[in-house]
Design a protein around this ligand. Structure first.
Ligand SMILES: [Zn+2]
Length: 313
Protein backbone atom coordinates (compact mmCIF):
# COMPACT_ATOMS: atom_id res chain seq x y z
CA UNK A 1 0.00 0.00 0.00
CA UNK A 2 2.98 2.28 0.56
CA UNK A 3 3.24 3.01 -3.13
CA UNK A 4 -0.15 4.65 -3.20
CA UNK A 5 0.34 6.59 0.02
CA UNK A 6 -0.19 10.20 -1.14
CA UNK A 7 2.19 11.55 1.48
CA UNK A 8 4.98 9.31 0.26
CA UNK A 9 4.17 10.15 -3.31
CA UNK A 10 4.36 13.87 -2.55
CA UNK A 11 7.65 13.50 -0.69
CA UNK A 12 9.19 11.74 -3.64
CA UNK A 13 8.12 14.49 -5.99
CA UNK A 14 9.06 17.33 -3.63
CA UNK A 15 12.62 16.26 -2.88
CA UNK A 16 13.92 13.62 -5.23
CA UNK A 17 17.20 12.12 -4.05
CA UNK A 18 20.17 12.50 -6.47
CA UNK A 19 19.67 8.91 -7.52
CA UNK A 20 16.70 6.85 -6.48
CA UNK A 21 18.19 4.43 -3.92
CA UNK A 22 16.08 1.66 -5.41
CA UNK A 23 17.51 2.33 -8.84
CA UNK A 24 21.03 2.39 -7.45
CA UNK A 25 20.53 -0.85 -5.53
CA UNK A 26 19.20 -2.43 -8.70
CA UNK A 27 22.15 -1.11 -10.73
CA UNK A 28 24.54 -2.45 -8.05
CA UNK A 29 22.94 -5.84 -8.18
CA UNK A 30 22.98 -6.08 -12.00
CA UNK A 31 26.56 -4.75 -12.01
CA UNK A 32 27.63 -7.34 -9.43
CA UNK A 33 26.14 -10.13 -11.55
CA UNK A 34 27.92 -8.84 -14.65
CA UNK A 35 31.25 -8.70 -12.80
CA UNK A 36 30.79 -12.18 -11.41
CA UNK A 37 30.20 -13.57 -14.91
CA UNK A 38 33.01 -11.58 -16.55
CA UNK A 39 36.20 -13.11 -17.88
CA UNK A 40 37.83 -9.78 -18.67
CA UNK A 41 37.12 -6.53 -16.86
CA UNK A 42 38.57 -3.22 -18.02
CA UNK A 43 38.71 -0.48 -15.39
CA UNK A 44 39.18 3.23 -16.15
CA UNK A 45 39.99 5.37 -13.11
CA UNK A 46 39.98 9.14 -12.99
CA UNK A 47 40.68 12.09 -10.72
CA UNK A 48 37.79 11.29 -8.38
CA UNK A 49 39.60 8.19 -7.14
CA UNK A 50 42.71 10.23 -6.25
CA UNK A 51 40.60 13.03 -4.78
CA UNK A 52 39.23 10.58 -2.21
CA UNK A 53 42.83 10.14 -1.01
CA UNK A 54 43.09 13.92 -0.60
CA UNK A 55 45.03 14.51 -3.83
CA UNK A 56 43.74 17.70 -5.42
CA UNK A 57 43.02 17.84 -9.13
CA UNK A 58 45.41 19.88 -11.27
CA UNK A 59 43.19 22.95 -11.00
CA UNK A 60 42.43 22.53 -7.32
CA UNK A 61 46.17 22.40 -6.64
CA UNK A 62 46.54 25.91 -8.08
CA UNK A 63 46.40 27.54 -4.66
CA UNK A 64 48.79 29.54 -2.49
CA UNK A 65 52.03 30.28 -4.35
CA UNK A 66 50.61 28.76 -7.49
CA UNK A 67 47.30 30.65 -7.60
CA UNK A 68 48.77 33.34 -9.86
CA UNK A 69 49.53 30.89 -12.68
CA UNK A 70 47.31 29.62 -15.42
CA UNK A 71 47.53 25.88 -16.16
CA UNK A 72 49.14 26.77 -19.51
CA UNK A 73 52.00 28.47 -17.66
CA UNK A 74 52.83 25.25 -15.83
CA UNK A 75 51.92 22.38 -18.09
CA UNK A 76 53.13 22.95 -21.64
CA UNK A 77 56.43 22.25 -23.40
CA UNK A 78 56.73 26.02 -24.03
CA UNK A 79 56.29 26.80 -20.33
CA UNK A 80 59.01 24.30 -19.48
CA UNK A 81 61.35 25.73 -22.14
CA UNK A 82 60.82 29.27 -20.81
CA UNK A 83 60.67 28.56 -17.06
CA UNK A 84 62.03 25.09 -16.35
CA UNK A 85 62.58 25.73 -12.64
CA UNK A 86 59.06 27.05 -12.08
CA UNK A 87 57.50 24.12 -13.90
CA UNK A 88 59.75 21.60 -12.17
CA UNK A 89 58.90 23.03 -8.74
CA UNK A 90 55.17 22.85 -9.47
CA UNK A 91 55.50 19.15 -10.19
CA UNK A 92 57.81 18.63 -7.21
CA UNK A 93 55.16 20.21 -4.95
CA UNK A 94 52.48 17.92 -6.31
CA UNK A 95 54.80 14.91 -6.11
CA UNK A 96 55.29 15.71 -2.45
CA UNK A 97 51.48 15.81 -1.90
CA UNK A 98 51.17 12.40 -3.51
CA UNK A 99 53.94 10.97 -1.34
CA UNK A 100 52.04 11.96 1.79
CA UNK A 101 48.72 10.53 0.51
CA UNK A 102 47.59 6.93 0.97
CA UNK A 103 45.56 4.60 -1.24
CA UNK A 104 41.88 4.53 -0.26
CA UNK A 105 39.26 1.73 -0.23
CA UNK A 106 38.57 2.27 -3.95
CA UNK A 107 42.21 1.49 -4.80
CA UNK A 108 42.05 -1.57 -2.52
CA UNK A 109 38.77 -2.77 -4.04
CA UNK A 110 40.35 -2.73 -7.51
CA UNK A 111 43.19 -4.93 -6.24
CA UNK A 112 40.59 -7.38 -4.94
CA UNK A 113 38.72 -7.24 -8.24
CA UNK A 114 41.89 -8.15 -10.16
CA UNK A 115 42.33 -11.19 -7.93
CA UNK A 116 38.78 -12.41 -8.54
CA UNK A 117 38.42 -12.21 -12.34
CA UNK A 118 40.43 -14.12 -14.95
CA UNK A 119 41.77 -10.95 -16.52
CA UNK A 120 41.62 -7.35 -15.35
CA UNK A 121 43.07 -4.38 -17.20
CA UNK A 122 43.47 -1.23 -15.12
CA UNK A 123 43.69 1.99 -17.12
CA UNK A 124 44.14 5.27 -15.26
CA UNK A 125 44.04 8.94 -16.11
CA UNK A 126 45.72 9.68 -12.80
CA UNK A 127 49.38 10.62 -12.59
CA UNK A 128 49.95 9.55 -8.98
CA UNK A 129 51.16 6.09 -7.98
CA UNK A 130 48.36 5.12 -5.59
CA UNK A 131 47.12 2.20 -7.68
CA UNK A 132 50.62 0.71 -7.68
CA UNK A 133 51.06 1.39 -3.97
CA UNK A 134 47.76 -0.35 -3.25
CA UNK A 135 49.09 -3.41 -5.08
CA UNK A 136 47.74 -3.11 -8.64
CA UNK A 137 50.10 -4.38 -11.33
CA UNK A 138 50.56 -3.50 -15.00
CA UNK A 139 48.64 -0.23 -14.69
CA UNK A 140 48.18 1.55 -18.02
CA UNK A 141 48.82 5.23 -17.30
CA UNK A 142 47.30 7.33 -20.08
CA UNK A 143 48.72 10.62 -18.81
CA UNK A 144 52.14 9.52 -17.59
CA UNK A 145 53.44 9.65 -14.05
CA UNK A 146 54.07 12.51 -11.68
CA UNK A 147 56.58 10.30 -9.92
CA UNK A 148 58.87 9.91 -12.94
CA UNK A 149 60.96 12.26 -15.06
CA UNK A 150 62.30 11.84 -18.57
CA UNK A 151 64.76 13.60 -20.85
CA UNK A 152 63.27 16.78 -22.37
CA UNK A 153 65.40 16.16 -25.49
CA UNK A 154 63.87 12.74 -26.03
CA UNK A 155 66.53 10.28 -24.83
CA UNK A 156 64.95 6.99 -23.82
CA UNK A 157 64.89 6.11 -20.17
CA UNK A 158 63.29 7.69 -17.16
CA UNK A 159 64.25 8.46 -13.57
CA UNK A 160 62.43 8.77 -10.27
CA UNK A 161 63.26 12.17 -8.79
CA UNK A 162 64.03 12.19 -5.07
CA UNK A 163 62.82 14.79 -2.59
CA UNK A 164 66.30 16.32 -2.75
CA UNK A 165 65.72 17.07 -6.42
CA UNK A 166 62.74 19.36 -5.85
CA UNK A 167 64.45 22.72 -6.48
CA UNK A 168 65.48 22.37 -10.11
CA UNK A 169 65.34 19.79 -12.89
CA UNK A 170 68.29 17.38 -12.90
CA UNK A 171 70.26 16.88 -16.10
CA UNK A 172 69.94 13.86 -18.38
CA UNK A 173 72.88 11.53 -17.75
CA UNK A 174 73.07 10.72 -21.47
CA UNK A 175 72.87 14.10 -23.19
CA UNK A 176 72.91 16.75 -20.49
CA UNK A 177 69.49 18.20 -21.40
CA UNK A 178 67.06 18.96 -18.58
CA UNK A 179 64.86 16.18 -17.27
CA UNK A 180 61.13 16.99 -17.38
CA UNK A 181 58.11 15.52 -15.60
CA UNK A 182 56.98 12.35 -17.41
CA UNK A 183 53.40 13.55 -17.78
CA UNK A 184 51.28 14.46 -20.79
CA UNK A 185 51.09 18.24 -21.12
CA UNK A 186 48.64 20.48 -22.96
CA UNK A 187 48.95 20.02 -26.64
CA UNK A 188 50.90 16.78 -26.31
CA UNK A 189 49.50 13.51 -27.58
CA UNK A 190 48.69 10.70 -25.23
CA UNK A 191 51.33 7.95 -25.40
CA UNK A 192 50.16 5.87 -28.36
CA UNK A 193 51.15 2.46 -26.98
CA UNK A 194 49.22 3.06 -23.76
CA UNK A 195 46.12 4.32 -25.54
CA UNK A 196 46.18 1.39 -27.96
CA UNK A 197 46.46 -1.06 -25.05
CA UNK A 198 43.55 0.66 -23.32
CA UNK A 199 41.47 0.65 -26.48
CA UNK A 200 42.16 -3.02 -27.11
CA UNK A 201 41.06 -3.84 -23.56
CA UNK A 202 37.91 -1.73 -24.01
CA UNK A 203 37.06 -3.70 -27.15
CA UNK A 204 37.84 -7.12 -25.65
CA UNK A 205 36.35 -6.83 -22.15
CA UNK A 206 32.97 -8.16 -20.99
CA UNK A 207 32.58 -5.43 -18.37
CA UNK A 208 33.94 -1.90 -18.45
CA UNK A 209 34.11 -0.23 -15.05
CA UNK A 210 34.50 3.55 -15.12
CA UNK A 211 35.38 5.02 -11.72
CA UNK A 212 35.80 8.61 -10.59
CA UNK A 213 35.75 10.19 -14.01
CA UNK A 214 33.13 12.32 -15.71
CA UNK A 215 34.04 10.77 -19.08
CA UNK A 216 34.02 14.07 -20.94
CA UNK A 217 37.71 14.66 -21.78
CA UNK A 218 38.68 12.88 -24.97
CA UNK A 219 40.18 10.61 -26.04
CA UNK A 220 39.87 8.59 -22.79
CA UNK A 221 36.18 9.54 -22.59
CA UNK A 222 35.38 7.37 -25.57
CA UNK A 223 36.74 4.17 -23.99
CA UNK A 224 33.56 3.14 -22.11
CA UNK A 225 31.42 3.79 -25.18
CA UNK A 226 33.78 1.82 -27.43
CA UNK A 227 33.26 -0.97 -24.94
CA UNK A 228 29.47 -0.59 -24.97
CA UNK A 229 29.35 -0.73 -28.76
CA UNK A 230 31.32 -4.00 -28.57
CA UNK A 231 28.75 -5.59 -26.33
CA UNK A 232 30.22 -5.00 -22.87
CA UNK A 233 28.26 -3.95 -19.84
CA UNK A 234 29.45 -0.50 -18.71
CA UNK A 235 29.37 0.31 -14.99
CA UNK A 236 29.84 3.97 -14.10
CA UNK A 237 30.71 4.80 -10.49
CA UNK A 238 30.86 8.54 -9.82
CA UNK A 239 29.48 10.98 -7.23
CA UNK A 240 27.40 12.64 -9.94
CA UNK A 241 26.23 11.53 -13.32
CA UNK A 242 26.26 14.93 -15.04
CA UNK A 243 27.47 14.58 -18.58
CA UNK A 244 27.64 10.77 -18.42
CA UNK A 245 25.95 8.98 -21.25
CA UNK A 246 22.92 6.87 -20.55
CA UNK A 247 21.81 3.75 -22.25
CA UNK A 248 20.50 0.25 -21.64
CA UNK A 249 24.00 -1.24 -21.37
CA UNK A 250 25.16 1.45 -18.93
CA UNK A 251 24.69 1.00 -15.19
CA UNK A 252 25.07 4.24 -13.22
CA UNK A 253 26.12 3.82 -9.58
CA UNK A 254 26.06 7.24 -8.01
CA UNK A 255 28.34 7.73 -5.03
CA UNK A 256 31.95 7.99 -3.90
CA UNK A 257 34.25 5.32 -5.32
CA UNK A 258 35.62 4.51 -1.86
CA UNK A 259 32.14 3.54 -0.71
CA UNK A 260 30.49 2.12 -3.80
CA UNK A 261 33.38 0.03 -5.20
CA UNK A 262 33.97 -2.05 -2.03
CA UNK A 263 30.19 -2.60 -1.86
CA UNK A 264 30.04 -3.66 -5.50
CA UNK A 265 33.06 -5.98 -5.28
CA UNK A 266 31.75 -7.54 -2.06
CA UNK A 267 28.34 -8.18 -3.63
CA UNK A 268 29.90 -9.61 -6.78
CA UNK A 269 32.40 -11.96 -5.17
CA UNK A 270 31.01 -12.86 -1.78
CA UNK A 271 32.41 -16.28 -0.94
CA UNK A 272 34.57 -16.52 -4.03
CA UNK A 273 38.27 -16.98 -3.39
CA UNK A 274 41.08 -15.23 -5.21
CA UNK A 275 42.05 -16.88 -8.49
CA UNK A 276 45.55 -17.89 -9.31
CA UNK A 277 46.76 -16.03 -12.32
CA UNK A 278 48.89 -18.29 -14.45
CA UNK A 279 49.05 -16.02 -17.43
CA UNK A 280 48.73 -12.32 -18.07
CA UNK A 281 47.39 -12.90 -21.53
CA UNK A 282 43.83 -11.66 -21.89
CA UNK A 283 41.28 -14.29 -22.80
CA UNK A 284 39.67 -14.12 -26.20
CA UNK A 285 36.10 -13.11 -25.80
CA UNK A 286 33.50 -15.32 -27.30
CA UNK A 287 31.70 -13.85 -30.23
CA UNK A 288 29.45 -10.96 -29.18
CA UNK A 289 28.29 -12.47 -25.92
CA UNK A 290 26.83 -9.63 -23.91
CA UNK A 291 27.66 -9.82 -20.20
CA UNK A 292 24.06 -9.21 -19.28
CA UNK A 293 20.70 -9.25 -20.90
CA UNK A 294 20.73 -5.48 -20.58
CA UNK A 295 23.83 -5.15 -22.75
CA UNK A 296 22.01 -3.97 -25.83
CA UNK A 297 22.55 -0.94 -27.96
CA UNK A 298 21.77 1.75 -28.72
CA UNK A 299 23.59 4.12 -26.44
CA UNK A 300 23.05 7.85 -26.49
CA UNK A 301 24.84 9.84 -29.17
CA UNK A 302 28.43 10.74 -28.36
CA UNK A 303 29.14 13.73 -26.18
CA UNK A 304 30.99 16.51 -27.99
CA UNK A 305 34.74 16.12 -28.07
CA UNK A 306 36.33 18.82 -25.98
CA UNK A 307 39.25 20.47 -27.66
CA UNK A 308 41.13 20.22 -24.48
CA UNK A 309 41.60 23.50 -22.66
CA UNK A 310 41.88 21.21 -19.69
CA UNK A 311 45.15 19.73 -18.64
CA UNK A 312 45.36 16.26 -20.03
CA UNK A 313 46.88 14.88 -16.86
ZN1 LIG B 1 68.86 13.12 -22.79
Amino acid sequence: MAASDPLLERRRVASPPPTDPQTRAEALSVAARALRAAEHVCVLSGAGVSAESGIPTFRDALTGLWAKYKPQELATPDAFAAHPIRVWQWYAARRSMVRSAQPNPAHQALVTLASRVAHCTLVTQNVDDLHERAGSRDVISLHGSLMRARCSAGCPGTMVPTEDQAAEPPKCVTCGALMRPDVVWFGEPMPMAQFEAARNAAVACDVFLSVGTSNVVEPAASLPWISATHGATVIVVNPNMDGQRRGPSILPIEGPAGVMLPRLIAEAFAGRRARRHESNAPPIREQAAPASAAAQLPIDPPAPILSSDQPSE
